[in-house]
Design a binder for this molecule. Structure first.
Ligand code: ZN
Length: 238
């Protein structure tokens, strides 16, 4: 199916728990509006503005946006109840819309296409089945990204991670078994900005150098990931 041409194509990004609707228009400057009562943040940008430019603009304005919103969301979207067509979920800090489509042949599968997360299924699915698929998709995303981070920091830190895993965790973002050199990461990290996953992985890897949360531990954190405090603050709020 061909995608409808639309030069005012809107997308949504989620920055520090705030969702921002972005529209590109024939204008000269980036424009930001906050509808306090509705809790909406809308940004319009020149057609030629790059994603990077918009992101940098927004990062500078996060404090300002939060001050203006009466009820700022400090968390990513909570998962929908029924995982129905049109429901919104978060991946890597961006909002995507769930789309259910019937696969005439073959079996059930889930994949992302730009701002859509598409579940194809041959017959009827249940909400529980769809939820399971979304969680599996989160797991796949994490399992693709985590090894890259580990590899990068192993060299830098001079440690070796023997094994990693992803699971649902209620109270923690990650954990480390120093003797087995195994780290566990919270499945929900797939909903957050990639830098937050990186932060949690680095934190758990630093435990391979220092088990306690003491001065030595934090000086390692400062050395290997100078921006860790900002990440920590974002995660603590959610
Ligand atoms: Zn720790």
């Amino acid at each position: 199916m061909k995608k409808k041409e639309n030069k005012h194509y809107a997308s949504t990004i989620n920055i520090d728990g705030i969702s921002v609707e972005i529209r590109r228009k024939q204008i000269r400057n980036i424009n930001l509006r906050v509808h306090i009562r509705r809790g909406e943040v809308k940004l319009s940008a020149p057609l030629a503005a790059s994603d990077d430019e918009i992101m940098r603009f927004l990062l500078k304005k996060t404090g300002w946006i939060k001050k203006h919103l009466s009820t700022p969301k400090s968390q990513p979207l909570t998962l929908p109840e029924k995982f129905e067509n049109g429901d919104r979920i978060c991946i890597w800090g961006r909002e995507v819309t769930l789309k259910l489509s019937t696969a005439t042949y073959g079996k059930t599968r889930i994949h992302q296409n730009r701002d859509y997360l598409i579940i194809e299924h041959p017959g009827n699915t249940t909400a529980a089945k769809r939820e399971k698929m979304v969680r599996e998709w989160y797991r796949r995303e994490l399992k693709r990204e985590i090894p890259k981070i580990i590899l990068r920091y192993e060299d830098l830190m001079g440690v070796k991670v023997r094994e990693f895993g992803v699971k649902k965790m209620k109270t923690r973002w990650g954990s480390c078994n120093t003797r087995a050199k195994r780290i566990w990461l919270n499945l929900n990290l797939a909903e957050r900005q990639p830098i937050l996953l990186e932060y949690v992985v680095v934190h758990e890897m630093v435990h391979l150098l220092e088990r306690g949360h003491n001065r030595r531990f934090y000086s390692y954190m400062d050395r290997f990931m100078p921006q860790w405090r900002e990440c920590d603050e974002i995660l603590k709020k959610s």
